[in-house]
Structure formats: C-alpha cells, structure tokens
Design a protein. Structure first.
Ligand SMILES: Nc1ncnc2c1ncn2[C@@H]1O[C@H](COP(=O)(O)OP(=O)(O)OP(=O)(O)O)[C@@H](O)[C@H]1O
Ligand SMILES: [Mg+2]
Lengths: 308, 369
C-alpha cells in the first residue's frame, strides 16, 4: 500500500459526450483535510462519486485505502463515511432512529451501538433533539446529524460534499472545529466547498474548473506560486478603469472591492506599481498599494474561461 | 456474506416509516374494506323479488302449494303466468322476466317417486340472479307443512332442475371474494414495493444508502418482508369480512390458505420490486403497476373464465402471478383443496419469487451510472 489514502490517476468521466471531469490526478495523504474548491458544475460531486465507487471512471485508475475502485468498492464501503451534497437521511425518522439505522448498517450492535449513538449525539450537540423528527429540523441541525451519521462507525476516510452549504457562519466555524478534531484523530477528510474561508482551512487544496484541476497544493504554496503581483487601486471611476485595465495583456484580472480595485499583474513585470502608472495615465493621481495575496486571488488567477 | 443485522436495520426502518405514513396505512385497511363492500352489492346472494314467470301445467293443489312455498322465500316475485315453455323462453330473451319456473302436469307422481318437481329456466347473464335461483334448487318443500315434526322431505336433495341460459359455466358469486383477494393483493402489494426503491431515489436517500455496506440482496429482502405482514393483514380482512358479510365459506385449511396467500404476496412484492428497479420516478412506478394490474384483473380468471380465453391470451395469463393465485385460492377456499393438490401453481409462485428477488438484486446495481 502506498502512503496515499487516495490515489487517483488521470481519471476522466463522461456522461454521453460530455466530459464531467477530465484527466484529474489526485493524491491525498493520511490525516489531511483535503479541499475541493470550484464553481457550480465543475465536477466536484462527480469526482467524489468516482472515488467512492458510485460512478465508474471512463478512464484512469483509482485506489482508495489501498482498494482498487470500482472493483473493490464493497470492501471500501465499510471504512468510509459519506455526507452527500443533498441531505440524504430519512426525514420521517427521528434523530436517534437515523443514528441507530446507520449504526446497524455498519454492523454496530448491542451495547456498542448504544454507546456510539450516545457519544455521537453528545459530540454533535444532538442530545436535546434526540426524539425530534428530522423533517422539522434546521439546516445546521440536519448537517450535524449528517456528520454524526457519517462518522458513527469511525471511518478512517470521510467524504463531505459541500457540508456547510445550508449553514450560517457561526455554525460553519463550529463544524470545522469538529473536522479538525476528527483530523487530529487520524481521519482523512475530503471536503468540497464554494467558500474561500473554508478552503483556506484545508491542509491541501485542489482548485477545479470545468471538469479540470487547475491547481493543487497547500493554500500557502498556491499563493506563493500564483505568478502574479497584486496591486490595489483607490481612485474614482473604477468601472471604467476596470474595463481599460482588463484589455491589457499583462493584467490577469481586476476585481472591484468597494472603493478599491484589486488588480492581478503577471509577475514578469518587476515593479507593477510603476508599470501601472506608466502604462495608464489615468492612474497618475490614484493611490496604489501592493497587497498580500489571498486564496481568492489564487482562485481568480487559475480559473478563466468558465462553464455555464 | 448476508448480514441479518443489516437486513434487520432496513426492515425496522421500513416499519417505522410505514407506521408514520398515514396515507399508506389507511390504504392498507381501506382498499380491502371499500372494494369488498362495493363488490358486496354485486355478490349479495340475498337477492329479493326477482321478477319471474310461471308455466303451471299442473292446475292442482300441489302446484299451488309449490308456488306458495316459493313466494314465501321472497326470492322471486311471480309477475306473470305463461301458457308454455316456448313463450317463457321468449319472455326471458326479451328481458321481461329473469327466470321461468315450469311445473309439469305429473307433479304428484314426481313427489311420490322422489324426482325433481319442476324446472327453472334462468337468464344466466347475471351471475347474481343465477346464484340466487340456484339457491332455490334445494328449496325445502312439503305438502303438509302444519305437521312439522312429520315432514316428509323429498327423497332427492333437489326440488328443482335448473337450466341456465347464456352463461352455462355459472360463476357464482362466492367465486368473487377469493378472486377479489387476488386483485386487492395485486394492487396493494405491487404498488407498495414498486415505489419502495424509487422513493428512496427521489428523496435522495439512495446515494447515501448505496455507499454503505448494505448489499443489493439484503436491501431487496428487507424491502419486501415488512409488506408480507401487511399482505397477511389484508388477507385476514378480506376473508374475514367475506365470511361475515357475505357468508363465503372457508372450506380449506387455514394454514394452507395462509401459506398460499404468503406465496402470492411474496410473488407480487417481488414483481413490485422489479418495477422499482426499472422505474426512475414514483409516477413511472405507478404507471408500470397499472400495466401489470389491468391484465391481472382481466386475464387472471377473475372477470372471465380462463377456459374461455384464446390460447395466446392463456399464455399471457399464465405469466401473471394472479392467475396462479386465482386458481389456487378458489381451490383452497371453496373446494377445500390442499396446497399439495395445487403443486403446479405453488411451485410456479415459489419460482417466480426467487427469480424475481435475484433479478431485482442483480438489476439494482449499487452505482449511479
Ligand atoms: N448523471 C449525470 N448525467 C449527466 N451529466 C451529469 C451527471 N452528473 C453530473 N453531470 C454533469 O457533470 C457536471 C459536473 O457535475 P457535478 O455535480 O460533479 O458538479 P459540482 O462541482 O458538484 O457542482 P455543484 O457545486 O453545483 O454541486 C455538471 O455539468 C453536471 O451537469
Ligand atoms: Mg456537487
């Protein structure tokens, strides 16, 4: 067995003539929280489904926890937890009934089952909701229940597909605390997200667009190797200015942030502030400052032509 | 490796969901109740005042005594007297009367020799009427009704001879209740399981479920077992009400009837399950259920006698579990046959169930492709 918990090489998945994911190579180390960042429809869920054996890849090879996928999916299933993008527990069952059901499905019985359910409810703050029917619960409560169910059998690998999409910022922070706890105990986690702040918390990150992987590495690495410098411009007439700047081939992108314009200039231009002032006369009296890169800049710089 | 824990878990879950699904729960009880009551009007053997005619060739006291006894039953209403059998036949054909009683001139002689007293000509198109008149076949008759303790009953058990016109196979009303059981079970059992898997797909439960270690076969088995109990409950309702309300006799052994029903319930459930693995939505599942249900009603022998069907239709009919059950349950309930006498249908249903479960498990690939 290799050192990687997930090792997917050059996987491609077609739906008819449409390539949902194209030539993706992915290696995830044990104990990592690995993030998948990308816009709607870029193939995040499809990738997870291929990795869990729900879809068989059109090309490429997949090994998860040492099992060849999809051939050995059945063996894999005992050792993974999966939180689907759409809530997929039973909303006509109560919290405890859902937990027990999932526990039994994973082979827990008797005292073990009871202890695990109790532990999980405690860990995820569900004690009070024990006999609550899932139907009426809030987004955050459902999401905690999903995670509790996905981890009831203490899997060594966890797939979370947009786990926080229906959750407010505070609950999201709590949720990530739980993920760090799990990761601390050796669970490897693969999580997809639209949120930059969540992506920033991952040990490693893959940025996807239109079925392809545009970049991967730790957030710091990604920021370091971005290949652009960032300049923030404070002046009047930003809308007009943005259009002018974007027409220039040395400028990767420009995005308005309130009264400032955040401009990504390719780093073959040594001194971007001077260059900008020299190239665009309108900037003579503007306030220009160089800024630290963020993951959003990385995202903007690696993604381009987007998919509808 | 099959895991009983996992099968148990899914079964338990199904029971819980079922117990909370008020509508389905109501269907389980209401469908047999309503169907049976509705059909009850048709199978009400207690028919009164059927308009009949009499051809009385006796012209003596015995003849009048027979007619008086007949009137006392209130089953028939003698609306007219006709001169001969030929006009009587005409009256039936014209729909003026439903039946005609012909009393021969040698009626006294017949009483002495213990032969039948007369002949009924019956319009058999309406099986209810046919059944009611048939019941008169053994009407008790005695010439000296006042001396009750000395009643000289007839030597033969039959008072009248019956000739059914237009429907000689005479499918009596009693046939309907066991048949109706087959139809009710087909309807509910196939419907419940046909949506069992699709519902999980539509509600989004399936993607999670198939990522768990539960195997296809485990899932299939766990999905049908809870409904076996539901089916048995319906059997009890239908046969119980049939016996209470319509005096349908239960002649066969209850164990054989239960086993026979169990086989048919299992076969129907598997059929539903198979549909469930094909259908993409609950609507599709219902459409497919109807597709199976209609031939089950029309071709199983419930509505029309199997023997009267063209050979090709008989083949189709043989492919339906309902046909085998129809034969089986009528034999068991009415003729007190034993399951072993009906081994062909028994084996067929067992085979169908096993094959159905395997094919469903095979078809239900645990993947989203
Ligand atoms: N079963 C399928 N058949 C056909 N096309 C599909 C199927 N599943 C996904 N797709 C297509 O593949 C693309 C990727 O879908 P996927 O669900 O993986 O995106 P995603 O990154 O998870 O998006 P989101 O953020 O909205 O969840 C989409 O364009 C989608 O329409
Ligand atoms: Mg998705």
């Amino acid at each position: 067995m290799s050192n990687y918990v997930i090792e997917a090489l050059n996987i491609t998945k077609h739906f008819g003539g449409f390539k949902a994911i194209n030539d993706i190579t992915l290696r995830v180390e044990k104990g990592n929280i690995y993030g998948f960042l990308g816009p709607n429809g870029c193939g995040k869920s499809t990738t997870i489904r291929v990795l869990t054996g729900l879809l068989s890849p059109s090309a490429g090879s997949v090994k998860v926890l040492g099992y060849r996928i999809p051939e050995q999916s059945e063996q894999l299933r005992l050792n993974i937890g999966y939180m689907t993008q759409k809530f997929s527990l039973y909303d006509d069952l109560t919290v405890i009934e859902n937990l027990r059901f999932m526990g039994k499905i994973y082979g827990l019985t008797g005292a073990m089952l009871i202890t695990r359910c109790k532990d999980q409810m405690q860990t995820y703050g569900l004690d009070q909701l024990q006999h609550q029917m899932v139907k009426g619960m809030s987004g955050g409560q459902k999401q905690r229940l999903s995670l509790a169910c996905a981890t009831i059998h203490q899997p060594s690998l966890l797939f979370l597909d947009e786990p926080t999409s229906a959750v407010d910022p505070e609950n999201r922070r709590d949720f990530w605390e739980k993920l760090f706890d799990l990761s601390e105990n050796g669970t490897t986690i693969l999580v997809t997200t639209h949120y930059m702040d969540e992506a920033e918390r991952c040990h490693k990150l893959a940025i996807m667009e239109a079925g392809q992987m545009r970049a991967d590495g730790s957030p710091d690495e990604l920021m370091a190797k971005m290949g652009v410098n960032i300049v923030e411009i404070k002046t009047a007439g930003l809308r007009q200015l943005k259009a002018t700047l974007l027409a220039n081939e040395h400028i990767r992108s420009a995005a308005q942030l309130g009264v400032r314009l955040r401009v990504l200039v390719y780093n073959h231009i040594a001194n971007p502030i001077d260059w900008l002032k020299a190239t665009f006369p309108a900037l003579q009296n503007a306030e220009l400052t160089q800024a630290r890169p963020t993951l959003e800049d990385v995202f903007v710089s690696v993604t381009g032509a987007s998919r509808q | 490796m099959m895991s009983t824990t996992r099968i148990g878990a899914v079964m338990f879950k199904e029971f819980r969901q079922l117990s909370r699904d008020k509508l389905t729960f109501a269907m389980i009880v209401m469908i047999p109740l309503i169907q049976l009551t509705l059909f009850g009007f048709a199978i009400n053997t207690d028919v009164r005042m059927i308009p009949v005619a009499v051809v009385d060739n006796t012209n003596n006291a015995t003849g009048r005594a027979v007619l008086d006894t007949l009137k006392a039953t209130q089953v028939v209403d003698i609306v007219t007297y006709l001169p001969d059998a030929e006009t009587a036949r005409q009256a039936i054909q014209n729909g003026e009367v439903k039946a005609v009683l012909v009393l021969p001139h040698d009626i006294n002689n017949r009483i002495e020799t213990g032969r039948v007293l007369g002949q009924w000509m019956v319009d058999g198109t309406d099986s209810v009427i046919g059944g009611a008149i048939t019941a008169l076949q053994s009407m008790p008759f005695t010439l000296t009704p006042k001396l009750a303790n000395q009643q000289q009953t007839l030597a033969t058990s039959q008072t009248f001879d019956i000739t059914l016109y237009y429907n000689p196979s005479r499918r009596t009303a009693i046939n309907i209740v066991p048949g109706l059981l087959g139809i009710i079970l087909s309807m509910t059992m196939i419907l419940f399981t046909s949506i069992a898997i699709v519902r999980e797909r539509e509600r989004g439960n399936l993607e999670l479920l198939i990522t768990t270690p539960v195997s296809s076969l485990e899932l299939m088995i766990a999905k049908i077992v809870p409904y076996i109990f539901v089916g048995m409950l319906q059997v009890a309702i239908v046969l119980g009400l049939g016996a209470l309300m319509f005096n349908v006799p239960i002649n066969g052994s209850p164990i054989d009837i239960a086993l026979g029903s169990l086989l048919f319930i299992s076969a129907s459930l598997t059929l539903g399950l198979l549909i469930s693995t094909i259908a993409q939505s609950q609507l599709q599942a219902m459409q497919m259920t109807l597709f199976v249900l209609l031939p089950s009603i029309l071709l199983s022998g419930f509505m029309f006698p199997y023997e009267g069907m063209p050979v090709v239709v008989q083949w189709i009919s043989e492919a339906l579990p309902a046909t085998h059950f129809m034969r089986m349950i009528r034999g068991l309930v009415l003729r007190s046959a034993e399951l072993s006498d009906l081994w062909k249908d028994t084996l067929w249903l067992i085979g169908f169930t096993l094959l159905g479960v395997l094919v469903s498990a095979k078809r239900f690939a645990k993947s989203l492709d």
